[in-house]
Design a protein around this ligand. Structure first.
Ligand code: HAM
Length: 422
């Protein structure tokens, strides 16, 4: 049997991986400039990290987690999302105890057993940002502004920022009652998932993608009209801050998010360049999440951004972010003596950070010329016996086909100098 990668999981290599690396490098720079430091958590966590936080009725906990065989005493799962794992780590290392705002970002693989389709994978990669110990609406606005800046820095402008408030433990229960009362007469028209969650998670009907549920949701009472005074103030200030920082947004009362831990702010960045899986990123506030698995209680807000979806958008726009992946120099030795000169020189330059490509073994001139072209190098250095005797090596500019002689005695310094001044 031919062995293939697991469905919904992909190999990455070559130019595609180069494009990923270019995006990743730039992304890290953006997080750093907003003051977010990286955190890496293990790929395996105890099941409870997610079941106690993300919610029993959510798709993730109900049906999407990969359970890994361990011993009977603990159930381990592949991380399906970053926030709960991040909070587990924060509490474990008492990072919240400074009482001061702390900013972290992560770039990690996530695993969800979903039906694969364009933009939806079983192993996907997420950039996430989390800000803890700050319950202000300014913190929410900072995260949304960061996400907006992130996308714009890649030239992505084709998206909508949708924000909502999902209320808190004070105002949500009464609203849920109202919503259930509204939905009850429509029960038979709801999809099977919504019927199942009807009593415990009626708000999920609001963001259900099934057309029949969406029709019913259109006239449902809205959480934003039933907020308590604190939630109302929080939401109003958030919008004021976003307006002031020039982030264009839409009020979308149907953004409730598929995870249970959100309170107050919930938001999504959607793009119609993506097709059915239109969410580029999503996030919100999750004060109190820590109290679901520890005796601490501190506020947090954050977002997750799908790397594969960013790459899809960049492809659609044909504005691929590229890193200079081609070598700067291609070394072509004509004969064993030239090889003795160029081989150590290539390694020395690589050690000093200059990208050099060289074909090992003896090759004919014709083949070397072909290889030089294919390498995509900016310059080719071709050295044979005559050049060694004359002490001059011709460096050919592959784009405009000009040539310049470099004294062999100064080759390393001269090639290094030229590579570093660009
Ligand atoms: P989420 O909405 O489940 O939120 O995921 C965030 C983003 O990850 C989505 O908007 C999407 O771009 C990407 N994503 C999700 N599932 C898939 C998939 N199967 N294939 C490809 N991309 C996918 C969270 O995970 C929260 N932890 C976000 C958060 C952080 N909230 C607060 N802090």
């Amino acid at each position: 049997m031919e062995l293939k990668a697991v469905r919904g999981m992909h190999d990455l290599f070559g130019p595609e991986l180069e494009r990923w690396l270019a995006v990743e490098t730039k992304a890290r720079g953006i997080f750093q400039s907003f003051g977010y430091g990286e955190m890496r958590t293990p790929v395996l966590e105890r099941l409870e990290v997610f079941s106690q936080t993300v919610g029993d009725d959510t798709d993730i906990v109900e049906k999407q987690m990969y359970l890994v065989a361990g011993d009977d005493s603990e159930k381990l799962v592949l991380r399906p999302e970053g926030t709960a794992a991040f909070m587990r780590a924060v509490v474990e290392h008492q990072l919240h105890q400074t009482g001061k705002p702390q900013r972290f970002y992560y770039y990690l693989s996530m695993f969800r057993h979903e039906r694969p389709q364009k933009g939806r994978l079983r192993q996907f990669h997420q950039f996430g940002a989390e800000l803890i110990n700050d319950d202000s609406p300014e913190a929410d606005a900072e995260l949304i502004t960061l996400l907006d800046a992130f996308l714009k820095s890649f030239g992505i402008v084709e998206y909508e920022v949708r924000i909502n408030s999902v209320g808190c433990a004070n105002c949500r229960p009464a609203y849920k009652e109202k919503l259930i009362a509204y939905l009850r007469p429509h029960f038979d028209s709801l999809c099977a998932d919504c019927q199942k969650r009807f009593e415990r998670s009626p708000m999920r009907v609001l963001d259900c993608k099934k057309e029949s549920c969406q029709k019913i949701a259109a006239d449902a009472p809205r959480m934003v009209d039933h907020l308590c005074a604190e939630c109302q103030t929080h939401h109003t200030i958030l919008k004021k801050r976003l307006n002031a920082s020039g982030v264009t947004f839409l009020d979308d009362p149907n953004i409730v998010r598929g995870l249970d831990y959100y309170i107050r702010t919930a938001f999504e960045f959607t793009s119609n360049l993506l097709g059915a899986q239109s969410a580029l990123a999503g996030g919100g506030r999750y004060d109190g999440l820590s109290s679901r698995f520890s005796n601490t209680n501190f506020p947090g807000v954050g977002f997750g951004l799908g790397m594969e979806r960013i790459m899809l958008v960049l492809e659609q726009k044909q504005t691929l972010v590229t890193a200079p992946s081609n070598p700067r120099y291609y070394f072509a030795p004509l004969g064993p003596e030239a090889f003795e000169l160029l081989y150590p020189l290539s390694l020395n330059l690589k050690r000093r950070g200059v990208a050099v490509e060289m074909t090992y073994g003896q090759k004919k001139l014709k083949d070397l010329l072909k290889l030089a072209d294919r390498s995509g190098a900016q310059f080719t250095l071709m050295v044979g016996d005559r050049e060694l005797q004359e002490g001059q090596a011709p460096l050919k500019d592959m784009a405009n086909r000009t040539q310049e002689n470099i004294p062999i005695a100064q080759l390393e310094e001269e090639l290094f100098r030229r590579a570093s001044c660009v």
